[in-house]
Design a binder for this molecule. Structure first.
Ligand SMILES: NC(=O)c1ccc[n+]([C@@H]2O[C@H](COP(=O)([O-])OP(=O)(O)OC[C@H]3O[C@@H](n4cnc5c(N)ncnc54)[C@H](O)[C@@H]3O)[C@@H](O)[C@H]2O)c1
Length: 246
């Protein structure tokens, strides 16, 4: 896949950073976007990684990132809609209204915009493309203490399946990955609620392999789904979860 180009959201940390590393190692040029990056596009890390700041829930930011991508590289082959936030953890009845909107804005609206605007550019360019949306195992079953997060990840699966059908004859494949708890800041932030050991035990209780996923293990699945080897796979919801849904 030499000279192929991927855009990864939430690229500054965790699974997004692992995606940049995996695609770069496989010879792809990468556009990393993150709300923590400066708004002016810059090659912060390497000649083959362009970094752009902004917010996935804002349509104009998507247009700017896609403009930058085509200006810099002249093509776009894959998009990894990875940026996400956890939101609060609390009893369903205590979940704040505003927090629900904030989580849906990033996790659901952000993936909708990323899928829509990216697919539009790929279709207009007449090229093949792959979109990989990072959902969660919380998108496959109810999670009563993180209702906003769980709702947003169910939405990601609905967006993925709908887009897969919408673009099936237009050469754009759309798939989703459902990770189980993975060793990133998102999980480590939960350690404020109790000890690291207690958090790890609770979060891996439903994972037969008995451990967190590694960001590189999620990135490897994203790379496969973006590659020509996955050319007949679209609309798939792929658990990468140590057997959690087995
Ligand atoms: N870590 C896990 O256990 C786990 C499990 C299942 C699914 N996921 C999903 O994987 C994805 C990545 O999670 P992670 O654990 O790497 O998280 P993380 O918190 O380590 O990193 C998320 C990155 O996204 C960026 N970001 C957040 N909101 C943004 C916005 N509005 N616009 C642009 N960038 C934004 C952050 O700045 C950060 O760099 C998320 O969608 C998350 O829901 C994570």
């Amino acid at each position: 896949m030499q000279n192929s180009v991927v855009l990864v959201t939430g690229a500054a940390a965790g699974i997004g950073a692992a995606c940049i590393a995996a695609f770069n190692a496989a010879g792809w040029n990468c556009v990393g976007v993150d709300r923590t990056y400066p708004s002016t596009a810059a090659r912060l890390a390497s000649p083959t990684v362009l970094c752009c700041g902004g917010d996935v829930s804002r349509g104009p930011d998507w247009q700017r990132w896609l403009d930058e991508t085509y200006q810099q590289y002249g093509r776009l082959d894959a998009v990894i809609n990875n940026a996400g936030i956890a939101g609060p953890i609390c009893d369903f009845l205590e979940y704040p209204d505003d927090a629900f909107d904030a989580v849906m804005a990033v996790n659901a609206r952000g993936v909708f915009l990323g899928t829509k605007y990216s697919a539009a550019r790929m279709i207009a360019a007449g090229t093949t493309g792959a979109i990989v949306n990072i959902a969660s195992n919380a998108g496959l079953a109810g999670s009563p203490r993180i209702v906003g997060y769980s709702a947003s990840k169910h939405a990601v699966i609905g967006i993925t399946k709908s887009a897969a059908k919408a673009f099936a004859t237009r050469n754009v494949r759309v798939n989703a990955i459902c990770p189980a708890p993975t060793d990133t800041a998102m999980v480590r932030n939960l350690e404020q609620y109790s000890s690291a050991e207690q958090v790890r035990t609770a979060l891996t209780a439903g994972t037969p392999m008995g451990r967190y996923g590694e960001p590189a293990e999620i990135a490897a699945a994203a790379l496969f789904l973006s590659s020509a080897a996955a050319s007949f796979i679209t609309g798939a919801i792929v658990p990468v979860d140590g057997g959690s849904v087995a």
